[in-house]
Design a protein around this ligand. Structure first.
Ligand code: G1P
Length: 238
């Protein structure tokens, strides 16, 4: 797992380390350490790389190029939470199943009300077969009137390593940023490109409201928290 992060944002790197200063004294007192230990990884399994200047998502991905090497890889944008249906498989699992069928480049999409599309990448869809849609084109944050569909690009991708070469010389796009979307458009026609419509719910934790909505929804769905959380929520709304 490669974390692309920046200066002063190393909390995520610490998260996967051993919290010795907590584990040692708490262990001596016989406390339950499972919460501290559940994020432990084998050394070398989590690598971090700095994006020194926030030049865009495409640039962030390019920053990991020497670690990724010459293999297909998956991208997870951390400000989105995808929750599958009860008993269903997760978003990336749904994509891996599709990848086994069609290969190439894959993105996850969801249909949203047309009024919301200008905040996202949007696909120009071709043929569909169940959850799988061939992608003819892709645009980043266009005005509603110019958007080719209401299928927005979500934060899970599976891409071929050639995208890293495209990003090497990719100029700035929407918002003055080096966009992953533009690099993926560049590869249409040279590699298969499909979208998988995610069967589940997506929470945009990049907005304060979306973040709170995600936490509340999950707490209200958890058997161990549901009753207490519901009482708290009802009390707040009184
Ligand atoms: C990025 C992508 C965009 C995608 C969105 C999903 O935008 O560039 O295509 O729809 O993530 O969250 P950002 O949220 O970084 O502006």
């Amino acid at each position: 797992m490669i974390l692309v992060t920046g200066r002063d944002k190393t909390g995520i790197v610490e998260h996967f380390d051993i919290a010795y200063e907590l584990e040692q004294p708490m262990g001596e007192r016989g406390k339950d350490l499972s919460v501290l230990r559940c994020t432990r990884v084998v050394p070398g399994d989590v690598i971090s790389v700095r994006q020194q200047v926030p030049l865009g998502l495409g640039h962030a991905i390019w920053c990991a190029r020497t670690i990724v090497g010459d293999e297909p890889f998956a991208i997870f944008l951390p400000d989105e939470l995808m929750v599958s249906r009860t008993g269903g498989s997760g978003c990336m699992n749904q994509m891996v199943d599709a990848y086994d069928e069609v290969g190439g480049n894959l993105i996850s999409v969801l249909e949203v009300p047309m009024a919301q599309v200008s905040s996202y990448g949007v696909i120009d869809p071709s043929k569909s077969d169940g959850a799988l849609t061939e992608v003819r084109g892709l645009v980043e944050k266009l005005a509603v009137a110019d958007a080719p569909s209401n299928k927005i690009v979500l934060g899970h991708h599976i891409v071929q390593p050639e995208v890293l070469q495209v990003l090497e010389t990719q100029g700035k796009g929407a918002g003055g940023e080096i966009q992953l979307t533009d690099a993926m458009v560049n590869m249409i026609g040279t590699q298969p490109f499909h979208a998988v419509t995610f069967d589940g719910a997506r929470y945009d934790c990049g907005s304060k409201i979306g973040f709170v909505e995600a936490i509340l929804t999950i707490a209200l769905a958890r058997p161990d928290m549901r009753t207490e959380m519901r009482a708290i929520a009802l009390n707040l709304l009184r």
